[in-house]
Design a protein around this ligand. Structure first.
Ligand code: FAD
Length: 381
């Protein structure tokens, strides 16, 4: 339902596409649409990239994230494959290097049950032709001598890697702006407006911005935008706490993950990102005693020599969580209304493929990627 009495946004001509949210999703989609020659406006209530996108550990781990083969893993593998060219493109467009490393990821077992789970994962992933191998304790320590004695078995996935998520968020917002996307910062989208059954724009705080297409990319806040196609409680915040540790000299090269627990990411700049918690506590952006204790205990277990390393930063933010842990992407029941949200703990991984899929729908009317498993309609009305 529209409220035509509100005035139009005075400083901004009506764009072809209005994008709600300037995290990695909104900015990557804006970049692709601006490159296709469309007039794009990205509306961000705060600072581009400053929420989940800058909080992420930056792991590109579709194999690590998957307990079975399915649409999410397929999407993740395709997105991981896009990364090398994506990194080069962003460097050329923005001048920002996003710290991409194909480091490999070693998932370690700390218990007998973990060993069984890793052995099963190795078997089915190898049968699918994925690059994966089990590492006995001596093989594990030959590769990563700093690992503690609690690591009983390793599963190495050599094609996994990581990026610096903050740099990615910066590079994307800069590249999108350079490509011609306009950013309306400090403006809050209250609702999406429709006319004659299709999208006609968005209502900002007291004004209407007209647009024939609206893309909702508001991360954990998506369900708060009225008429955005993802009514509450479809997307909810799942808090994750993180710790940054200074590691000098580098003690390990792979991303190290403890099965079912947390992980350590050895960034190129010498920081080790240790994470994370998974807490359904609403939008409480806090770092807690319990959260830090759990993370730091795991750090000492995985790499005991880090016990003397300085903690340089702590933070928390919100993964956009859905009940089935799949993203919500594509068209909605309202013509002109698209969604790109619910990317939970794999949004950095899924950024290039999401931008491709959504921009193909806007520009060509259909995506080359099957988005049916990710349709908002799966949750009913
Ligand atoms: C601790 C942690 C660790 C993670 N680690 C990884 C990882 O290792 N690998 C990985 O792939 N993913 C990881 N993720 C997940 C990843 O960060 C997210 O899936 C991804 O950043 C989501 O991007 P987004 O653009 O949808 O959301 P966000 O980055 O949250 O952006 C949404 C933006 O929308 C804006 N907004 C919201 N509502 C409105 C409104 N009404 N009007 C205007 N603006 C609005 C917000 O201000 C925000 O800037 C992690 C997340 C967390 C929290």
């Amino acid at each position: 339902m529209s409220k035509p009495a509100l005035p139009p946004v005075s400083s901004t001509a009506a764009p072809d596409v209005a994008i709600v949210g300037a995290g990695v999703m909104g900015c990557a989609i804006a970049l692709r649409l601006a490159q296709a020659g469309l007039a794009v406006t990205v509306i961000e209530r705060g600072i581009p990239g400053a929420e989940a996108s800058s909080a992420a550990a930056g792991i590109l781990g579709p194999q690590w994230e998957s307990d079975a083969y399915g649409p999410l893993m397929e999407l993740g593998l395709r997105s991981r494959a896009l990364y090398p060219a994506f990194v080069d493109e962003l460097r050329a467009l923005s001048g920002i290097d996003i710290g991409f490393v194909r480091s490999g990821l070693i998932e370690v077992a700390l218990t007998e049950a973990d060993e069984d789970a890793l052995t099963t994962r190795c078997r089915w992933q190898a049968a699918r032709g994925l690059n994966t191998e089990l590492l006995s304790p001596p093989a594990l320590r030959a590769l990563e001598p700093a690992l503690g004695p609690a690591a009983r078995l390793g599963l190495r996935m050599v094609d996994e890697g990581h990026v610096n998520a903050r740099s990615l968020a910066r590079a994307l917002s800069q590249a999108a702006a350079i490509a011609g996307a306009r950013f309306l910062q400090g403006r809050y989208v209250r609702r999406v407006v429709t006319r004659a059954g299709r999208v006609s724009g968005v209502e900002l705080d007291g004004e209407i911005l007209s647009a024939g297409t609206v893309v909702l990319a508001a991360g954990s806040w998506s369900s708060l935008v009225e008429g955005g196609g993802v009514p509450a409680p479809m997307v909810r915040p799942a808090r994750g706490q993180m710790v940054s540790i200074e590691m000098r000299p580098p003690l390990f090269r792979h991303v190290i993950a403890a099965h079912g627990r947390g992980y350590l990411v050895p960034r190129l700049d010498g920081a080790v990102l240790a994470g994370s918690t998974l807490e359904m506590v609403g939008f409480r952006k806090e770092v807690t005693v319990g959260g830090l204790a759990d993370i730091l205990t795991l750090v000492r277990t995985l790499v005991p020599d880090l016990a003397a390393a300085p903690v340089t930063e702590t933070w928390s933010n919100f993964r956009p969580y859905t009940e089935d842990r799949l993203p919500v992407m594509g068209v909605t029941a309202v013509p002109g209304m698209l969604v790109a949200t619910g990317h939970y703990r794999y949004g950095i991984l899924l950024t290039p493929i999401t931008a491709q899929a959504i921009s193909e729908i806007v520009v060509k009317g259909a995506s080359s990627i099957d988005l049916s498993p990710f349709a908002a309609a799966r949750f009913g009305s």
